[in-house]
Ligand binder design. Structure first.
Ligand SMILES: [Zn+2]
Ligand SMILES: [Zn+2]
Length: 222
């Protein structure tokens, strides 16, 4: 069974997730430096978790800024989709050039140790490549895309909105394809763990997410 704990960055609003199993093995998805320093390190030691790696759903600063601190503390590898690996090292792409000034100590991450592709399996989850917000955005489906009970959606989709496509290397067409593909995969009771905001079921998301409906409707003729 996969357990999870969410930590929210007070300024960026992005969610850091610690995912762990019955054996106490754990991965951290989208760590921000502030919440790692203030909360996650303590949680890891209180729960006696054996951290295995960091996974970034994409390369934006509000999802990677804790990579360096976790790497320095635990020596664990960093995994990201191959198409976002450059983002880790470039503040102009990861937006650290703009966001980093407020809170976080660095504006880059260490380089990726593991690059991911669609269909890869990592910590009992399946990587689903969902480009659009960035070229290497991924969702993570547990236990897999065939019967997803939990899906981490990064900045591709939130309970009340969808990810921006107007940032460097974003693509509206790619986002449309990714969302249409996700809709086929997700089930009513799939729990969505988004990159920002609250957690909820896919059924609930479909009810309340007017932005998603409008976006899809605006493309129905194409
Ligand atoms: Zn983002
Ligand atoms: Zn974000």
């Amino acid at each position: 069974m996969l357990k999870w704990k969410r930590f929210r960055h007070p300024l960026f609003g992005s969610n850091t997730y610690v995912l762990y199993n019955d054996e106490g093995e754990a991965v951290i998805v989208d760590p921000t430096e502030l919440v790692v320093r203030q909360s996650v390190l303590r949680f890891i030691s209180d729960e006696n978790l054996k951290l295995q790696m960091v996974i970034n759903t994409h390369g934006h600063w509000d999802h990677i800024s804790g990579n360096r601190l976790l790497k320095d503390t635990y020596g664990i590898p960093i995994a990201i989709h191959e198409k976002d690996r450059e983002f880790l090292l470039r503040p102009d792409l990861n937006l650290g050039a703009f966001l980093g000034k407020f809170q976080e100590q660095y504006d880059t991450s260490p380089p990726a140790d593991i690059t991911l592709r669609d269909g890869d399996r990592i910590f009992d989850m399946e990587v689903i490549h969902t480009p659009g917000h960035t070229p290497g955005s991924i969702c993570l489906a547990y236990p897999g895309r065939d019967e997803p009970s939990i899906v981490l959606t990064g900045d591709t989709i939130f309970m009340d909105s969808i990810g921006r496509v107007d940032l460097p290397m974003g693509s509206e067409e790619e986002m449309l394809k990714s969302l249409r593909m996700l809709i086929k995969i997700l089930r009513r009771n799939t729990l969505i763990l988004p990159g920002h905001g609250e957690v909820g079921t896919w059924e609930r998301l479909e009810e309340v997410n007017a932005v998603l409906r409008e976006f899809l409707n605006s493309w129905t003729d194409s």
